[in-house]
Design a protein around this ligand. Sequence first.
Ligand code: HEC
Length: 270
Amino acid sequence: MRLSIAAKINFFLLFIFSMVLVFSAAYQAVRERDLILTLIKEQSREQSEAYFDGLNMLMLTGKMDARDTLRNKFLEHAHVEDARIVRGEAVSKQFGPGRATEQSKDEFDELALAGKGSLEVVHDDMHSRLVVTRPLLAKKDFRGTDCTSCHLVPENTVLGAVRFDYSLDSLFTRVEQNILTSALILTSIFGMGLLLTLWVIRTWIVRPLNQLTRSMEEATDQHDFGHRLEGDDGDEIGRVALAYNQMLDSVERQLGKRPTAQGKQDKPQD
Ligand code: HEC
């Protein structure tokens, strides 16, 4: 395959850059999703506690009829898709079945009523959500409240559960946008780097090499050994030019030939 040095180096740089881009994007995606989940799990812990504290206040003050207002307030919170209380059998037996939203609806509710809380990310089709349930047990002393004074059940009976569903879509979309932005920034930095590399290769490698080639061609085609190249021993190509000049000197001496009229000046040619 015939490719210039510049093209080869640029292909190589492009390869390295693509690897860096892919790995950094993947790493960023994993890290940011983790961070979001950690934060929203923390939020869910606080909100489910606050929801139950609010509800408990209503029980203690005999205002349980107003519990829909409490629920609506939590539904207004950011990323909350659904918030509700799942009513346990013990409560239904004593006080009636409650609202339609308070019935057990899926396996997470069932698990919660069996005393097992969940904290799980669920993906269905294009939609991701975090499901949080927290069972509510009848305690003799739940932050100073005796649940069994009103709920006539043995201690540790599951009275119900708090259930929150958080939508993760908008958060995950934001992660994707962040990754896209940083990919664009990386790409433009790389583009500038590539242009700079091209320029450096052209001025420091390609141009001096072209001069050498032209001078060699003139020497062989026209037997004109008078031209000398510009060069210093600062770098490898400069040293090649100096060695070439010395070679021409030596050729001229061996031929016993002084420079011809047309190529007389020892001035370096362009
Ligand atoms: C002052 C009495 C009282 C105390 C104390 C009390 N509750 Fe209740 N609780 C009620 C009443 C009354 C209801 C149901 C009202 C209705 O269905 O109209 C209720 C309902 C519930 C429900 C179902 C709520 C719903 O929306 O379906 C749960 C769960 C519950 N209580 C848990 C607890 C827990 C846990 C404690 C202890 C921290 C507790 N309660 C303490 C009176 C009380």
